[in-house]
Design a protein around this ligand. Structure first.
Ligand code: 86X
Length: 480
């Protein structure tokens, strides 16, 4: 048991637990390059599920997938120096082809605005070419200098980047809100992770944007995690890259743009939020395996009777579109298999033993609560379908309670700091809107404004820091 199962308790050393769960469940492995990781089969399957869901949504609304080169000529990034200056230390460069130095060095894309928007300028001529709505699934390289962490911060990661150009500001705004709501649907109804949605403050927004919106979740250690972002770029890039169109009014205009993205860090969030001391706990809607069937053989009886019953049930579940593994390997004991599939977070386990066979029933165990029930064979398929839905809901409900527990409203800076040391999480406080206060709070506590919620609640009172009149209520937190 010792080195197969998880040895660290989630609430004793969260960070160690996280790494151990990922490595032992086989989601990922370290790569022989510092700061890089190997995304293994099960994690990649989850990423494909996220792709499938988002692709379906955005295709229905007229977005198309594309692929741009991963190499960006230095000149492109320089054109846009105002926004990229701060990022330069993170850029990885290709300088040689074989032994020959390149005439112009090439950045390995840290994001694709510049190469895409230089091309938009060529593609867009008239209002008839708008809106232009594209999306790219690709890898991204950012040469992190901070400590890396599996899924959350690696020097290479996978993402999607959506980029749109519109004739009007209103259309761009609609796009941003549309993307946010679809992201939210994925996070809450697929990953079962509740999020706060709102605006970033001026100092936290993407420098190239008019404003940045984001979805933020809270992790069990009280740190916030940005789950996705959607920017209103206004005409900032249109000005730099000359993305102009002739309008219906026959005059020349600049386009209005948006960009938005989610990354493989979402998988890290799923591990953190739902996992337990035995390993992963995967929401059924993104689990690569939703049901595992473990036949329990017994001495002195026909193992084939159990195996063929197991096969029959597996086929019936598969016919309902459920992903099933029938683990009838003889070289492992049932107990070993239970541990292994629990480690991998499979939502439902079906056991079929001699007693079950005799009584025409199966034993159903759920991963989220460890509850085990005997179910009549003829009701088994329906019961499992219902159970998968229930587990999905239960995981979300638990995560929502955790978000609520980890959100504290404070009136004073004294309470702010007290809450931060005692439990962390989101700290909801009134703020004057001044970036000087924001900066002081950041320097003194390590927290940043994660989000300024769209839904404005109670009228704000006085700023938690300077005690001047407050402009709004915002959420602070330490973050990944
Ligand atoms: C900001 C902005 C935006 C499309 C998204 O957030 C969603 C998808 N892009 C990305 N950003 C950078 O622009 C950036 C640029 C360079 Cl050169 C870099 F090295 C790192 C960066 N990180 C973030």
């Amino acid at each position: 048991m010792s080195d197969i199962g998880v040895t660290v308790k989630k609430n004793e050393d969260f960070s160690e637990w996280y790494t151990e769960v990922i490595l032992k469940s086989g989601l990922a492995d370290y790569a022989p390059i510092k700061g890089c990781m190997i995304i293994r089969e099960d994690a990649y399957a989850m990423w494909e599920k996220i792709q499938e869901v988002l692709n379906k949504k955005i295709r229905e609304t007229g977005h198309r997938n594309v692929y741009f080169p991963m190499f960006i000529p230095e000149g492109f990034l320089k054109q846009e120096s105002a926004h990229f200056a701060g990022f330069v230390p993170e850029v990885a460069w290709v300088t040689h082809g074989g032994d020959t130095p390149l005439e112009e060095k090439l950045a390995v894309r840290p994001t694709s605005e510049t190469i895409m928007y230089a091309t938009f300028a060529k593609w867009i001529r008239s209002w008839r070419d708008l809106p232009l709505k594209i999306n790219q699934w690709c890898n991204i390289v950012r040469w992190e200098t901070k400590a890396t962490k599996l899924f959350l911060r690696t020097r290479e990661f996978l993402w999607q980047e959506g980029h749109t150009a519109h004739a009007t500001s209103e259309e761009a705004e609609k796009e941003i809100m549309y993307v946010l709501s679809e992201y939210r649907d994925i996070m809450e109804n697929y990953l079962a992770i509740p999020v706060l949605v709102g605006l970033k403050s001026e100092s936290e927004k993407f420098a190239g944007a008019l404003y940045t919106t984001a979805l933020e979740a809270i992790m069990p250690d009280g740190k916030a995690l940005q789950m996705g972002t959607s920017h209103n770029l206004g005409q900032n890039f249109a000005k730099v890259f000359d993305i102009n169109f002739i309008g219906e009014d026959e005059k020349e205009h600049k386009v209005w743009q948006t960009s938005w993205g989610i990354t493989t860090r979402l998988i890290g969030a799923v591990v953190m939020v739902h996992g337990d001391d035995k390993g992963l706990v995967l929401p059924p809607k993104i689990a690569p395996v939703q049901v595992v069937i473990v036949p329990i053989p017994y001495k002195g009886a026909d193992p084939n009777a159990i195996k063929s019953k197991a096969k029959e049930i597996a086929d019936k579940l598969r016919a309902k579109g459920i992903t099933v593994v029938l683990d009838d390997r003889d070289e492992y004991t049932p107990g070993w298999k239970f541990n292994q599939w629990e480690l991998k977070g499979v939502p439902v386990r079906i056991e079929i033993g001699p007693r079950d066979l005799k009584q025409q029933q199966v034993t159903v165990a759920r991963r989220d609560t460890y509850q085990k029930t005997a179910v009549k064979e003829e009701e088994a398929i329906c019961a499992v379908e219902t159970l998968l839905v229930e587990i999905q809901h239960n995981l979300f409900a638990k995560a929502r309670i955790s978000l609520e527990e980890k959100t504290t409203t404070v009136q004073s800076y004294h309470d702010f700091k007290k809450v931060l040391t005692e439990k962390g999480g989101f700290i909801k406080a009134a703020w004057c809107g001044n970036s000087i206060c924001e900066k002081k709070i950041k320097d003194e506590t390590g927290t940043t404004i994660r989000v300024k919620p769209f839904e404005k609640e109670e009228p704000a009172t006085t700023c938690v820091y300077c005690k001047e009149k407050a402009k709004e209520t915002v959420y602070f937190a330490r973050s990944y």
